[in-house]
Write a protein that binds this ligand. Sequence first.
Ligand code: DX5
Ligand code: ZN
Length: 219
Amino acid sequence: MAQTLIAPSVLAADFANLERDVTMINKSQADWFHIDIMDGVFVPNISFGMPVLKAIGSHAQKPLDVHLMIVDPDRYTKTFADLGAEILTVHYEACTHLHRSIQAIKQHGMKAGVALNPHTPVHLLKDILGDLDLVCLMSVNPGFGGQKFIERTYDKVRELAAMRAEQNAGFLIEIDGGVTSENAMALKNAGADVLVAGSFVFNADDPVATVADLKNLTQ
Ligand code: DX5
Ligand code: ZN
């Protein structure tokens, strides 16, 4: 089985010491930087925008996994490509013409992901799964770090993994929200490929060791 990827969420970094924290993740065993973009409309919070992403990108030495929690994300597909996003994930709930949004992301040279809110069933993705590089299952309600993991997520991961096998599709399954060393192994066993972890990594006494723990636990 392929190794599980660990994607620390920069949302939980110290924004007054962003270069330090980005460098720390560069040196860790983390695989990606997870970047949460919130617009205050799709979710009840505003995180950061393009200038901050540009600053992160200028120091990051690992792929930028950009998670858009914004309405009408098509407006910014090119902008995020220019900012160096390797994976661009839009929300199912924010896209009226999801197929078109996904094609645009790919045409701009990025990998395309779709995120599902906790209440959105995975079967709604049936007709688009073959076009996707990643499905992000939200295991908290998007908008904030540090929330409690929603247990129902395990069933969604298993269901999605079964759909993937049935369709012989190749997308990665990413879990976002409330990931810790307590649930990492069970998520991997359910079929997850990428674990996003924000507060668990950045609030730890030793974030580099915490990433290493998550990595070792899931291999
Ligand atoms: C939530 C974000 C998550 C968040 C995860 O809206 O999409 O990526 O940063 O943070 P933790 O790991 O603290 O739940
Ligand atoms: Zn996220």
